[in-house]
Design a protein around this ligand. Structure first.
Ligand SMILES: [Fe+2]
Length: 486
């Protein structure tokens, strides 16, 4: 088995929507944990077409809702335009990942979003994200789809790609986002935009990448935006053949790109680095003179589902990623990019205290194998890492469990960094993937969960997750006003 099937349990399709009131729990669910732990993943509406990949499943959102020590659970498929059309036709109409040439003519002009990758909160709505499309807006309580093409009140043209990994500015609360292949499939254009807390677009620019390809995540600091692009190239020949239109080209370099926030983008600087892969950012910041960009990096192609352009077989070791700190002297135009491996932990899905997304930070959290575990693909531990001491602590799950991406929740609005709870879901391989939710004191992860919440069934598949505090849930009348203005 390879490292990406690693997440076979967390990504396993379910195909059913579930609601559970008052989930049973062992231990005391903290009464000050008030809000929603939202996640989304790729599920199956219909079986995948031959040659298609699990990345193309339909978005299935779930929430654990915490109130006064009680937990309710709910999951719903996102009613994307694609889902609704396929539901009416009772068959797939967009059968190939990011390949519109394979679409049924009846869906021409509809959003191709699966909304299956990430969720964030914006103005009383949950936005479900897929990087090739605009967000889909959902109701926080019911998870019903409110707007399948959320264009921020007409400010982003339909067809605009919107990353699944926008950053929330730690100073302003603004959403900073980008759209890759902004000129259409195979385009090397990257659109950049910033949306303020009132939903107004306050900045936009456009830059060009060194090559057209898949750019999954990026970095935003107080003064800069940075990309680390890896040669997961757009592949027009594969698109014409009706296949997933990407391949890995190990003959191409990777690049760090840096530009100023709020400029016109013309200052973008791309610096070549050795070829490497990886997808996700943990955190990033600048100190005025130097950029720090912490992310997972693999020696080569990170995705078993994306073929190598030279025809070579997928290299599981080369696709395994570890956390690195990339840094660059911004004052020296001749500076080279420096890489430092931070921990000996396999780290495809690292998270931080999200209040620190654009500023210096200390702690990170992730699901990972134990460092000495011979099974390198299965996330069986939660780790809390501490950049100040460069130490980490681990909690190891029961033997039959695979763990999903963990999420940090501040204890209260004024909590110091890392003071709060860590939430994560485990899937029991020996019990039909029946799932538990683990709740930790985030400062004592190694001591095990404070409480374990039991679902009677498998939790919906999960890629990424987000916390919405109870005080952020709007009054019904306020949401109606937002919708009326949008
Ligand atoms: Fe991601």
């Amino acid at each position: 088995m390879n490292d990406k099937i690693a997440f076979g349990a967390t990504y396993a399709p379910m195909g059913a929507e579930v609601a559970v009131h008052d989930c049973p729990a062992d231990g005391a669910v903290p009464r000050d944990l008030d809000g929603g732990f939202f996640s989304v993943g790729a599920d199956l509406q219909y079986p995948l077409s031959p040659g298609n990949i699990a990345f193309d499943g339909e978005g299935h959102v779930r929430v654990f809702r915490f109130q006064q020590g009680r937990v309710d659970y709910r999951s719903r498929f996102v009613r994307t335009q694609r889902y609704v059309a396929q539901d009416a036709a009772r068959r797939l109409l967009m059968p190939m990942y990011r390949n519109p040439l394979c679409d049924d003519p009846s869906v021409a002009g509809l959003s191709r979003s699966t909304a299956n990758t990430h969720v964030i909160h914006h103005r009383g709505r949950l936005l479900a994200l897929k990087e090739d499309s605009l967000p889909v807006a959902l109701d926080l309580e019911s998870l019903e789809t409110i707007d399948p093409v959320y264009d921020f009140g007409g400010q982003l043209p339909h067809g605009t790609p919107f990353t699944a990994h926008p950053k929330i500015c730690s100073h302003t609360g603004n959403i900073v986002a980008f759209g890759g292949e902004a000129g259409g499939p195979g385009s090397d254009a990257i659109a950049l935009f910033e949306i303020d807390r009132q939903g107004r677009k306050v900045w936009e620019a456009q830059i060009r990448a060194p090559y057209a390809g898949m750019i999954h995540d990026f970095a935003v600091t107080e003064h800069y935006i940075a990309f680390f692009v890896v040669p997961l190239l757009f592949d027009g020949e594969r698109m014409q053949r009706g296949l997933v239109p990407y391949s890995w080209d190990g003959s191409r370099k990777s690049y760090l790109g840096v530009l100023r926030r709020h400029g016109d983008g013309k200052d973008i600087r791309w610096i070549a680095t050795p070829t490497c892969g990886g997808s996700h950012t943990l955190g990033s910041f600048d100190d005025g003179g130097r950029l720090y960009f912490d992310r997972e990096i693999s020696p080569s192609n990170p995705y078993v589902v994306i073929p190598n352009r030279d025809g070579s077989a997928y290299d599981a070791a080369g696709g395994t990623s570890y956390l690195y700190r990339i840094s660059l002297d911004l004052k020296n135009s001749a500076a080279v990019v420096e890489f430092e491996q931070l921990y000996p932990l396999i780290a495809p899905l690292p998270r931080q205290d999200d209040r620190y997304q654009t500023v210096p930070y200390r702690y990170g959290y992730m699901g990972c194998p134990a460092p000495d575990d011979p099974v390198r693909w299965k996330p069986v531990c939660y780790a809390r890492i501490d950049h100040q001491t460069r130490h980490y602590v681990l909690w190891k799950a029961p033997a039959d469990v695979s763990l999903g991406e963990p999420l940090f929740v501040p204890k209260h609005s004024a909590a110091r960094e890392g003071e709060g709870y860590l939430l994560g879901v485990g899937w029991h391989h020996s019990d039909g993937l029946r799932s538990d939710l683990y709740i930790f004191d985030a400062e004592h992860v190694g001591e095990g969960p404070l409480a374990t919440v039991h679902l009677p069934v498998q939790a919906a598949p999960q890629i990424h997750s987000w916390w919405v505090g109870g005080q952020e849930y709007p009054q019904r009348s306020a949401v109606a006003q937002v919708d009326a203005k949008a």
